[in-house]
Design a protein around this ligand. Structure first.
Ligand code: ATP
Ligand code: MG
Length: 750
């Protein structure tokens, strides 16, 4: 049993615990996951438990894979054991017994895209207003219901049948009927149906209760109600259930995770043995102490404190960068400097709050030719919304680009399906035209499905006018115009989901890219810009590979560890994120996330912020994160503002904290400075939908007439020579005489 020698007495006690409920409640890096894997090995090697009698569930595929590898390193490879995510465990069960719920064995699983198609059809069939009841909105309610086990009927009972609830009820019921008819399940169904199967079919439940003599769940603090039911039902017969978790690391409440599941475990299972682990093996002393100084600000948490016999190690490093580029440059430079022969690039992780932040790091790392990979999120330029908007821009540049047109003709939805598109392609190729050309023909457009014709005509007209005017417009103006006038932003807004909000954020962030290039070259043309981006994406492609700096969100870093961790963007509004201020317990959940992030670090932890940040296309002075203010300052060395600027005047000081912020007190937090990306969006939309002065006739305050002096976004000041029809002719000081389209020209009378 020498493999157990490594464990400390508490870990060992947990590992050799054989029967009855066991709760391992402990802080980050205390060896919860390791203890669980050792327990699996112990049961198999010493207690004669067969591998197939064990069920171990985790949250992500990556975590499941890692746990399997750890177990295999203890007992040898090729074991037949269920170390799986909740979804895949349930899928296996349903493949075997799904027939008892009326599904056939080969039922299909609908992913979110499929779900959307289904609900859209339901919305259409029931003549519901899709703008009010967007597919994503309806699906989020359905998902919420399924997580809680609320059927359509029950939904109606609970919520009553007012106008809105009746519609939701009917859509939910119709959606369920379609899935059933198609012999399909969505992701939520996988868990819900398994639980229903267990509840209605004793035979199946007993089969699995007998089979899985030992059940283990990692990261139990993040289970939702249905996952809890699943575990509970399986464990009810024998109570051989071991859950491990940390209430301080519950970071998925916004997705229905219920911290009560772990806090109430002892009530649910009588005679639970509770083991607390207090030694942290992951992090140097200073890192641990610092993480603790943050998390202890949460009210109502169970008191627990970890210790370590590791050296204190270096202090945390804080760098207040001038701006986000300087921040990324600094991080890339540090990685370059610290990286040695015995360190791999994969020992470094940059953990950010939102995926939109990844872009500047990708650029800075590429500039130094450091390998990196973006985990969890898609690489910035590979993201769907970025590709879509780039396709629009490419079409403005080159309308003959059929590939781009194919990509966006139905993005946002314009009722153009595959069949229609195919017909169009044939038509265009017979006539020897591009798709775009074919669509400038009125007759062709009239022949499109009724719903599509108008919106396609509209899209082509927007693209044509920008295409004609592209040399007279700044790239950023073209960009804004496309976002708004193609209906792209509007359709995202209508979805009203966190995911769509993320996409909007990314699109606004893309404006920072354009600004950057325009700053260096005010006359930047669309063609030059497209070229730059294409090259950027090319460099990206070479950097795939294992030994690479890891970029991911703090959420997806749960359970992982890295020798060196960077946490950029320590600014109020970014982290804690602006959404946190609108939710009860929002800040506390963000603080737990901060704790998760910090405790990923083994040897070095860097925190950075930018004094000025351009994010979502807007440049702002930032305020350092309240988490920095909460951090025990003695554990940090800073070479940014931290030393240059003295403590704020309203600093009252306690326990060595303070000195971080340029305003705002220690405790009470005012959110007046929180930057909300969607305010920027409002501004863009306003600018794009108010007709510019030039398009109004003569008279009226903003009108422009012959002989007026005007100022143009791109060309500067000039004199209006003439206005004829839709064309306005201006003599500019900088570029001479230009003919501009009245309805697009970004000009003001001066
Ligand atoms: P988290 O809360 O982040 O999921 P955890 O509690 O699951 O953390 P582990 O990932 O299991 O912690 O362990 C953290 C690190 O400590 C790992 O590198 C592990 O190998 C090491 N470790 C755990 N127990 C011991 C021990 N008794 N002796 C030495 N190292 C240990
Ligand atoms: Mg763990």
């Amino acid at each position: 049993m020498d493999y157990l020698d490594k464990l400390n007495p508490q870990q060992r006690e947990a590992a050799v615990h054989k029967e009855g409920p066991l709760l391992i409640l402990a802080g980050a890096g205390s060896g919860k996951t390791s203890t669980m894997t050792h327990r699996i090995a112990y049961l198999i090697r010493e207690e004669g438990v067969a591998p197939y009698q064990i069920l171990a569930v985790t949250f992500t595929n990556k975590a499941a894979r890692e746990m399997r590898e750890r177990v295999e390193s203890l007992i040898g490879e090729g074991i037949n054991m269920w170390i799986l995510t909740f979804h895949s465990a349930c899928l296996r069960i349903l493949r075997k017994y799904g027939e008892r719920l009326g599904y056939t064995k080969d039922f299909i699983v609908y992913d979110p895209t499929d779900q959307k198609v289904v609900i859209k059809n339901c919305i259409k069939e029931q003549n519901v207003d899709e703008k009010k009841y967007t597919p994503s909105y309806v699906l989020s309610i359905i998902s919420d219901c399924k997580e809680k086990g609320v059927s359509p009927k029950k939904y109606a009972e609970i919520n009553g049948m007012d106008f809105k609830n009746k519609i939701i009820y009917e859509l939910y019921a119709a959606y369920e009927a379609v899935l059933k008819k198609n012999n399909a399940m969505d992701f939520d169904d996988l868990i819900l149906r398994t639980v229903q199967l267990f509840e209605k079919d004793d035979e199946v439940l007993s089969y699995y209760q007998d089979k899985f003599r030992f059940i283990m769940v990692d990261e139990y603090q993040d289970t939702n109600f249905m996952q809890y039911r699943f575990v509970r039902l399986l464990a009810d017969a024998h109570h051989n259930i071991c859950v491990v978790g940390d209430d301080d690391q519950c970071i998925y409440q916004w997705r229905g995770a219920d911290i009560k599941n772990i806090l109430d475990f002892e009530k649910d299972f009588k005679n639970t043995k509770v083991i607390k682990l207090e030694q942290n093996y992951r992090s140097h002393g200073n890192i641990l102490e610092a993480a603790h100084s943050v998390i202890e600000k949460n009210k109502g948490r169970k008191h627990k404190k970890l210790w370590t016999d590791k050296e204190k190690g270096e202090k945390l490093k804080y760098y207040r960068a001038d701006n986000e580029k300087d921040e990324a440059r600094y991080i890339a430079q540090e990685i370059d400097h610290i990286h040695t022969k015995d360190m791999r690039y994969s020992d470094f992780a940059i953990l950010y709050r939102t995926n939109a932040q990844s872009r500047t790091f990708e650029e800075a790392l590429s500039a130094r030719e450091l390998p990196y990979r973006v985990l969890g999120g898609t690489r910035y330029y590979d993201r769907k919304e970025i590709k879509d908007i780039m396709a629009y821009m490419r079409l403005v540049q080159n309308p003959a680009d059929d590939l781009s047109l194919t990509r966006i003709i139905n993005e946002p939805k314009r009722g153009i399906g595959e069949k229609t598109l195919e017909k169009l392609r044939t038509l265009a190729s017979v006539r020897g035209e591009s798709l775009f050309e074919a669509l400038t023909d009125d007759e062709t457009v009239d022949g499109l499905p009724a719903k599509g014709a108008d919106s396609v005509r509209e899209m082509i007209s927007v693209l044509s006018s920008y295409s004609q005017e592209k040399d007279n417009l700044k790239v950023s103006d073209i960009y804004d115009g496309l976002l708004v006038k193609t209906g792209y932003i509007k359709s995202l807004e209508a979805q009203n989901t966190v995911e769509a909000e993320g996409r909007i954020e990314n699109l606004l962030e893309f404006k920072s890219v354009i600004y950057d290039y325009e700053k260096d070259n005010p006359q930047l043309s669309l063609a030059e810009f497209m070229e730059k981006i294409a090259l950027m994406a090319e460099i990206d492609n070479h950097d795939a590979g294992e030994n690479a700096v890891v970029l991911m969100t703090m959420h997806s870093a749960k359970g992982l560890e890295f020798p060196v961790v960077f946490m950029p963007g320590m600014e109020d509004g970014l982290f804690p994120g602006w959404r946190a201020f609108d939710r009860p317990d929002g800040i506390e959940e963000e603080r737990r996330l901060c704790y998760v992030g910090m405790t990923r670090a083994m040897q070095k932890l860097y925190l950075t912020s930018a004094e000025v940040r351009t994010l979502y296309g807007k440049t702002e002075y930032t305020k350092e994160s309240q988490f920095l203010r909460e951090l025990n300052k003695k554990l940090v060395e800073g070479d940014g503002i931290y030393e240059k600027k003295s403590a704020p005047s309203d600093y009252s000081g306690s326990g060595g904290n303070g000195g971080w912020s340029q305003g705002g007190g220690n405790d009470g937090y005012s959110n007046t400075n929180i930057f909300r990306p969607f305010e920027q969006l409002k501004y863009i939309k306003q600018a794009q939908t108010t007709p510019p002065p030039a398009s109004k006739g003569s008279g009226g305050a903003g009108a422009i007439a012959q002989g007026d002096k005007v100022s143009h976004n791109k060309f500067g000041e000039g004199l209006v020579l003439s206005i004829e029809g839709s064309t306005i002719t201006v003599a500019f000081d900088s570029v001479g005489v230009k003919k501009l389209a009245r309805d697009l020209a970004p000009i003001k009378k001066i």
